[in-house]
Design a protein around this ligand. Structure first.
Ligand SMILES: Cc1cc2nc3c(=O)[nH]c(=O)nc-3n(C[C@H](O)[C@H](O)[C@H](O)COP(=O)(O)O)c2cc1C
Length: 366
């Protein structure tokens, strides 16, 4: 019996298996509004065999977007556009649907990766960014304005308002993006946060920004919707966050009412590099899971069905997420089920590709 393909409950939501499609920015939105690209992309991934698809970083305010092409949930138009996509995925797909809410902080106002992925130039309609301290992400990046207490309160309310929009759209899960160097992560890390007020200094103070958002969003999101956060397990740089900090943060978020944690890592400063070994975040997730006692997902170079199965079967994490592997093989979940002798839901239009009627060439005996 495959553990990967056994159901799991996060908060009030039961998922049919332990595979998630990791959130992936598509840089294909217009003033935060999802486009036909999202219909095609998310419609495809809703039929990947994963129990959960998490929509890309969706920004809570216009100036919180990473790029001009990033999704948002800061306007009625954004809400209507995303609703159209999610209605489509629900009608024509098998996965439950989550959304990642984000504010890019000092990494906002940047180019799409295929335009260079650097800070927007003066002729590219850049905007002012905010961060915990006036420290840039790296050389050539915008120096953020130090967030005032008014900025902090406004961003918190923007997270609540975006979460309310996500609830109205009908998402099954809402995930707070507290990793990858964006605003909440940059408040948590002592490398990017040099503040002397109650949002800086001790770990307790650096956690305050993320915790206040988590508490406010939880109060606005019914218990039937799973609320989680993607956090960093390591900054992979001197003086940065470690897995001890991640464990403490996850524990605090649990007491703030979160239902699950996803452990990622890195991307706080431009010069740091993530490890490149398979499952590099798994040991971090294992520690965080033990310390926080919350359902835990992890991500990062999880590639093969056997590897994914071992991670959950050995109790290192409760769920796995895949990003690039799902772009490469958008039926990864189907193929994993076949390899592990498990069942996976298919839409009726695709029944004839199911294992009872069809064996893919790679699995045929010579
Ligand atoms: C095209 C692309 C876009 C991404 N966008 C996001 C995002 O919106 N939010 C996020 O938390 N991570 C994002 N990531 C990171 C992935 O979710 C994932 O954590 C990372 O790629 C490692 O997983 P993998 O080895 O399975 O690709 C993105 C990755 C890719 C490849």
């Amino acid at each position: 019996m495959s553990v990967l393909f056994s159901p799991v409950t996060i908060g009030g939501v039961e998922l049919s298996n332990r595979i998630a499609v990791s959130p992936m920015c598509q840089y294909s939105a217009f003033d935060g509004c999802a486009s036909d690209w999202h219909i095609a992309h998310l419609g495809m991934l809703a039929n990947s065999g994963a129990g959960l698809v998490v929509v890309e970083a969706t920004h809570v305010e216009r100036h919180g977007r990473i790029s001009h092409g990033c999704l948002g949930l800061y306007s009625d138009d954004n809400e209507a556009a995303l609703r159209r996509v999610i209605d489509h995925c629900r009608r024509h797909g098998t996965a439950k649907l989550g959304v990642q809410l984000a504010h890019a902080g000092r990494k906002a106002s940047s180019q799409r990766p295929w335009d260079g992925g650097q800070a927007l130039r003066p002729d590219e309609d850049p905007w002012e960014t905010i961060g915990p301290s006036p420290l840039p992400f790296g050389d050539g990046w915008h120096v953020p304005r130090m967030a005032t207490l008014d900025d902090i309160a406004r961003v918190r309310e923007a997270f609540v308002s975006a979460a309310e929009r996500a609830v109205r759209i009908g998402f099954d899960a809402i995930e707070l993006h507290y990793a990858h160097g964006y605003l909440a992560h940059s408040f948590l890390s002592p490398v990017s946060n040099h503040r002397a007020d109650r949002y800086g200094g001790s770990l307790e103070n650096r956690m305050r920004f993320g915790r206040e958002i988590a508490q406010a969003v939880r109060a606005a999101v019914p218990k039937e919707i799973a609320l989680g956060a993607r956090i960093t397990g390591s900054d992979w740089c001197d003086g940065g966050l470690t897995v001890d900090d991640a464990g403490a943060f996850a524990k605090a978020l649990r007491s703030d009412g979160l239902d699950y944690i996803d452990v990622s890592s890195g991307s706080l400063i431009a010069s740091a590099r993530n490890p490149t070994s398979p499952g590099y975040n798994v040991p971090l997730a294992e520690r965080v899971k033990r310390e926080a006692g919350l359902p835990t997902r992890t991500v990062g170079l999880i590639l093969t069905p056997a590897q994914a199965e071992a991670i959950v079967a050995e109790g290192k994490a409760d769920m796995v997420a895949l990003a690039r592997g799902m772009l490469d093989d958008p039926r990864w979940g189907w193929h994993a089920a076949q390899a592990l002798g498990a069942e996976v839901a298919r839409v009726p239009q695709y029944f004839r590709a199911g294992p009872k009627l069809w064996t893919p060439p790679a699995l045929r005996k010579a």
